[in-house]
Design a protein around this ligand. Sequence first.
Ligand code: TXA
Ligand code: MG
Length: 351
Amino acid sequence: MIDDALIAKAAAVLKAGGLVGMPTETVYGLAADAGSSAAIARIYAAKGRPSDHPVIVHLARVEQISDWAIDIPDTAWTLAEKFWPGPMTLILKRAPHVLDAVTGGQDTVGLRIPSHPVAHALLAAFGGGIAAPSANKFGRVSPTAAQHVRDEFGTAVDLVLDGGASEVGIESTIIDCSSGPAKILRPGAITETMLVDALGDEYWAVAALYEETHKKIREIEQRALAKINRGSAQAQENSPRVSGSLDAHYAPRTRLMMVEAAKLAETLAAHSGKRVAVLSRIKPPAPFAGHWALAASAPAIYARELYAHLRDLDALGADLILLEAPPQGPEWDGVNDRLRRAAFGSGDAQP
Ligand code: TXA
Ligand code: MG
């Protein structure tokens, strides 16, 4: 099913410093040669992304990580064995030759071996590392289909490989293994529980850290939800951006509000006369002038469908997207993280 000629063409585009829309199992990436500062500069220009943000380097095989990273701890090898190829990115100490354009000038590098067969074929054909952030404009919803990438970038991307709908649907779990105990920087399909299982004896160190981090995350979540529940765009715009935790991201243009299931009815009533689009796991309790999309009840399926739902609902041009807050728990961490940020950055509160 892999079109070898097309893969060879895409690899040639990368070698010539061009940009390729690359399907992965998480989301589509905007791919460029990780060994070329000029090619990476094109990614930043196309995305409208600040150039001090690091990009993930994608590789074909586990052995390649020692070409890109140094002082790789046992924890990282354990995780690599267990979860690669797959939806996990490891942050490691950078090897000296890794470009500042890749690392954002930091002393670490993010590495990932994707499992999508098209990504794998492209990586094998290209031979080197492929830098690829998610193929969306900076701060916006990530793409989970080839058409999303075409819609977002048009002719700014030289070639888009169509690998079907992304199976995982949200970006990889990012795990920092560059110093101290491994810690999750961005939750995803590889959950805290899976990480703890994989690390076995090292669990004690990691678990202590999780407890602390998660307590903080819950507090932030509660505060964000309380603020969003108050329901005014004004309140949202004036909220402090909690550094590194609540920055706007993954955001639709329509204002997005997240409420507990029990509050759906009263929130809809409070917005009568407005055009409201709803994404919920239950049917909205009252009739309303809007559109309803059914959200899945299983976290993996919810994640897979989330960004496509957000794009579809955004395209309706409603006054508000009202979202039933999903449950809590480790397997929902990835989804809740994205939704919190999406709500925070929605309604054109940022560029
Ligand atoms: O699933 C994914 O990870 C997708 C697919 C295409 O692989 N890629 C992706 O890339 O989500 P991006 O650039 O949208 O998000 C990568 C995140 C950014 O927030 C970036 O700051 C962080 O990874 N990152 C990359 N290198 C890092 C490093 N050395 N240290 C800390 N964070 C890093
Ligand atoms: Mg991204």
